[in-house]
Design a protein around this ligand. Sequence first.
Ligand code: ZN
Length: 274
Amino acid sequence: MKVLDIHIHVGRREHLTPSLISFLEEEMGPATVELAQQLTPDALVDLLDAHGVRLGVILAEYSPRTTGVIPNEFVSEFCRQTDRIIPFASIDLESDAPPADQTEKAVKQLGCKGIKLLPSYTRLYPDDPRLLPAYEVAQGLGIPIMFHTGTSVFPGSRIRYANPLLLDDIAEDFPRLNLVMCHGGRPFWYKEAEWMLRRHKNMHIDISGIPLRKLPELFPKVEAFRDRYIFGSDWPTRPNIADYVGEVTRFPYTAETIQAILWDNGARLLGLES
Ligand SMILES: [Zn+2]
C-alpha cells in the first residue's frame, strides 16, 4: 500500500529556539536530535524507504517566539534534488512582504505545493485580516493550507488560537480552498473537528499527533468522511513512521478507506495522479 506522509519536520539547530532544542533533547535524546538536524535529503529518503513511505511533505515554519524559524527557502532547497519529498511553505508575519506575495513566491518560485500555519505558535487567529489575501492567492493557485489545531506543549504557544472552529469562516468564505486541521484539534476538540468535516467539504484532518489506537473512538464517522482524513507522522516527534502506518492498517475500516487515508486523500490535495 502506497503511503504519503503529509507532516514531516526538518530543521537545523540554527533554525530552532534554545527552548525547543532542550525540550526535544529531553524527549528524544540528544543523539536523535543531532541526527535529525544533520539529515541530508538522501538520508531522509532512505528513512522514508525504511518506513515504507513513498512521499513526504516537509513543512516550513515562522514561529520565532515558540519553536523557531524554518525558512521557505531552506525547505524548498532541501526538497529540490528529489521528487520523494515535497515542500510546504509558511507565512512570516514579521516580514515586510505581504502574505499574499509570500504565498505566490513560495509556489511560483520555490516550488512549494501548500502552506502550513501555526496560529497558536504565532499567536494570531487563523482568520486574521492580514492573512485573508494569502488565502485568496492559495485558492486561486489550487494549493491546500494546513493549520496546527489543538494543544502544543512547546513553551510560548497559546492554545486559544488553535480551536478548529476558528477555521469555520475561512472554509465558508474560500469554498475552493482545501483546508487541513493538523492533529484534529487534539485532545479537547475532536468533536468540533469532525463536525467541521460535515459542515465543509473543503475541510480535512491530518491524523498526526493523535493516539491512533483510539482514532475510531475519537472520530466515530471516519468511514462517512473517508475522503477527508490524511496520514501524517509529525516526524521526528514520532520517530517510528512504520509503526504509525501499521496502526492505520489495523483500523476496522474497509481497504478503500485505509488506502484513502494513507495515500489518495493527500495525493488529491497535492494535485497528484493516484
Ligand atoms: Zn508538526
